[in-house]
Structure formats: structure tokens, C-alpha cells
Design a binder for this molecule. Structure first.
Ligand code: SF4
Ligand code: SF4
Length: 390
């Protein structure tokens, strides 16, 4: 069932020491709290048992093909943008066993998977990521066939959103109307305020169960000054996006550019490594693999993430439909920004910037759109091209 995206109603203030209380309140109610942690030089999503697991005092520097952690001047818990992980690894896991089979006297018998779905609380969900989840809700829950794995995991999720206090170097959610403020789709939403006197969080309640959890956490009603500060922080973030994308008429632009020479140019750099699709919070393609053990007594069927950048993905009766890097990059970008609109009623891109940061050669979707927009379909320049940093 599609979750109820209730509008926020009340605002309160939580002091930083009570983020631990919030985590404990969620844990007491049976949630497995997952949130940002530092691992191998990146901020990734993992189990969070206490506030000490959060990346206090760290931020990230991001650009095309570049990601670095660096210390902040303060102890902010959520003072970074987004890392290589997205929440889809919990809702649409990278590998799911669909069923097992065992040899029987006359053939084989199927052992269906019957696992209790986990009950996650996501801590630190950004506005772009809420929109990414909403897009995957459409794909997995609102079509003619509901995905049972996604559906059972999604139904239990408690979401603590965090409004962004700074934009990453590759962020462009403001262009995509997906951030940096969490508008709906959360149970609680935090805005972190760190100043000389206090380190606190303005908290908005999005659902009744959000209000129930907040009742277990010491807080006070937010005053006008705190509410204004929170609004200002988010407004300033919106003004400092690392990237921008002009989305006006983008569907028609890309539908009219199938033969544009820019696809060949980007293909000369693209390694077809599929990183951009793995890190993307909305990409959902998968493949199915059957495996057996050496005894021949057991077989299993697994669903695994796949990508439109692999040749196998479009392999049908003797060949790959998209054999060239050019056709695969064009398929990916045109699907994200144009055909997705016809298929699901919205863009498939939420402007999180992950595909730019984690592309090993720094290919930048905003720069590719700009290059196509600023030149005619035969590739001649129509207006001055700009870099991807304006
Ligand atoms: S665009 Fe970049 S990340 Fe995506 S497949 Fe090509 S090289 Fe890999
Ligand atoms: S296409 Fe790139 S910027 Fe857009 S949602 Fe996917 S990873 Fe983020």
C-alpha cells in the first residue's frame, strides 16, 4: 500500500544530547535504526546504535569523479550531503533469494522464501532521497504488479528526514524541485542548528506515529526565532547548489536528440562501468540468476541489481540490442529525464548528484544536458556552452 504522505503540523526543538534518546525510542519500538556512519573514507548507511555512531564533525567534498571527507569546524551530526549509498539498498536489496528447490523422488520441490520483513527506521533521509523513495514506490507499488519484497519492507519503515544545511558540490535538487527541504513523506523531519550557545534540532511532525515517538524524546515547542533560523538554513542551501539543470522542455529536447553527436562524444569517455546506476536512488533494474550447488541436490533463484550499462541487460536471441557505449549512455540519460516522465509521470532524476560524484571519469548529467541544449541536433553550437559548475 502506498504510504500516506501527510503534511507536517507542529514544530519542536530537540537538544543534541537527545538524538540518543530518539534512537533509543525507535529501538525500543522494535525498529532497526540505520543512518549515516563513516566507513572506509565515506559516509554510508549502516546500523546506528547510538548518536556516537553518526559522523559528528565531518563533511564531504564532492565534484565530478571526486569524493573526500574532511573535518568540519563544528560538531554537526548531519553536516554532509549524500554518500554512495542510498536507502534503496534496504527497500530494494542488491540481492534477494526468490526461492530454493530441492531434488525430490520424482523431480524437485520448491521451498518458497518466508522471511519476516525487517522493520527499519531511516535516520537522516534527505529531501532528494524522500523523492527517490517516492519514485520507487510508484515503480514497485503502483503498477499492475506489486513487488512483495519492496512492499513488505516499505510498509514498516519509519522515516526521520533531515533538511540539508549545506549543498554538496554535485547537488542539483533545487533544479529538480526535490529539495533541499523535506516537504512530505516523513514521520519526523529535523533541521540541525549549531551556533556558539546551542546545538539543537528543529523537529517537524509528519505523521501520528512521528508524534508518538517524539513524545518519548525531551523537547520544547519551537519559538519563532528557531523556526526562522531553520527556514533560513534551508533557503541558503538552495542558493548554493553545486550544479544546476535547466529542465524546461527536457522531454521534447531529448526526444528530438536521438542522433545528436554528443552521445558519441560522451561514449568516448564512458567506461560502461554501471556505477551511475548502482548509486542512483531511483534506478531499479534487476536480473534473475539460477544457481545450483555441486551435489545437484539444491538450486536457488536470486534477483540481483542489474544495469542498462551491461551488454547482457539488453541481450535477446543472439545479440545485445544496445551493443555500443553510445546507445547505453543515451538509453540511461533519456530514460532518466524523458521517457521516465511518460512511464511514471515524473522525472527519474532527483538531483542527488551521486552519478556525477561516483562516475570514475567524472561524466556529469547536468553538463550533458547543457551540451545538448546549447547545440543543434547536428552538434553545432547555438549559444555559448558553459561548464557544469554554474
Ligand atoms: S557514465 Fe560514468 S559511471 Fe556511468 S557507466 Fe559511464 S563511466 Fe560508468
Ligand atoms: S540520475 Fe544521478 S543525480 Fe539523478 S537521481 Fe540518479 S544518481 Fe542522482
Amino acid at each position: 500500500m502506498t504510504p500516506d504522505y501527510a503534511q507536517p503540523s507542529k514544530t519542536g526543538v530537540i537538544e543534541v544530547q537527545h538524538i540518543d534518546t530518539l534512537i533509543q525510542a525507535l529501538t525500543r519500538r522494535g525498529y532497526e535504526v540505520v543512518g549515516p556512519t563513516i566507513c572506509e573514507g565515506a559516509i554510508v548507511y549502516d546500523r546506528v546504535g547510538a548518536a556516537k555512531d553518526l559522523p559528528a564533525g565531518w563533511t564531504d567534498e564532492q565534484d565530478g569523479g571526486t569524493y573526500r571527507l574532511k573535518p568540519r569546524a563544528d560538531n554537526a551530526l548531519f553536516g554532509y550531503a549524500v554518500g554512495p549509498h542510498s536507502w534503496k539498498k534496504y527497500l530494494h536489496p542488491p540481492a534477494v533469494r526468490l526461492w530454493r528447490a530441492e531434488r525430490a523422488a520424482n523431480g524437485f520441490s520448491i521451498l518458497p522464501e518466508k522471511q519476516e520483513p525487517p522493520k527499519f527506521a531511516f535516520l537522516g533521509v534527505r529531501a532528494c532521497e524522500l523523492n527517490g523513495i517516492r519514485i520507487q514506490d510508484k515503480v514497485f507499488l503502483e503498477g499492475p504488479h506489486t513487488d512483495p519484497t519492496y512492499s513488505s519492507r516499505r510498509a514498516n519503515v519509519f522515516i526521520v528526514a533531515v533538511n540539508c544545511g549545506q549543498a554538496g558540490g554535485t547537488c542539483f535538487c533545487a533544479s529538480m524541485n526535490t529539495g533541499p527541504r523535506a516537504e512530505s513523506g516523513y514521520d519526523l523531519a529535523l533541521t540541525e542548528i549549531v551556533d556558539k550557545e546551542r546545538h539543537r534540532f528543529v523537529v517537524e511532525i509528519g505523521t501520528e506515529r512521528g508524534a508518538e515517538i517524539l513524545a518519548d524524546v525531551p523537547h520544547e515547542l519551537a519559538g519563532e526565532s528557531d523556526r526562522e533560523t531553520a527556514e533560513r538554513i534551508v533557503a541558503e542551501t538552495a542558493e548554493h547548489m553545486g550544479r544546476t539543470m535547466d529542465t524546461a522542455g527536457i522531454k521534447e529536447l531529448l526526444y528530438g536528440s536521438y542522433e545528436h553527436p554528443r552521445w558519441e562524444q560522451v561514449a568516448q569517455r564512458c567506461l560502461t562501468c554501471a556505477n551511475c546506476t548502482m548509486v542512483c536512488p531511483t534506478c531499479f533494474c534487476s536480473t534473475v540468476e539460477d544457481v545450483t550447488d555441486l551435489t545437484g541436490e539444491h538450486a536457488e533463484r536470486w534477483r540481483k541489481w542489474d544495469s542498462c550499462f551491461t551488454t547482457d541487460f539488453s541481450y535477446i536471441h543472439g545479440g545485445s540490442v544496445r551493443a555500443s557505449a553510445k546507445s547505453r549512455y543515451r538509453q540511461w540519460m533519456t530514460h532518466k529525464l524523458a521517457t521516465w516522465i511518460d512511464q511514471f509521470g515524473s522525472s527519474g532524476c532527483v538531483g542527488c548528484g551521486r552519478c556525477i560524484t561516483w562516475c570514475p571519469v567524472g561524466i556529469d548529467i547536468t553538463e550533458e544536458v547543457r551540451a545538448i541544449r546549447n547545440s543543434s541536433p547536428d552538434g553545432t553550437s547555438e549559444s555559448s556552452g558553459r561548464s557544469g559548475h554554474d
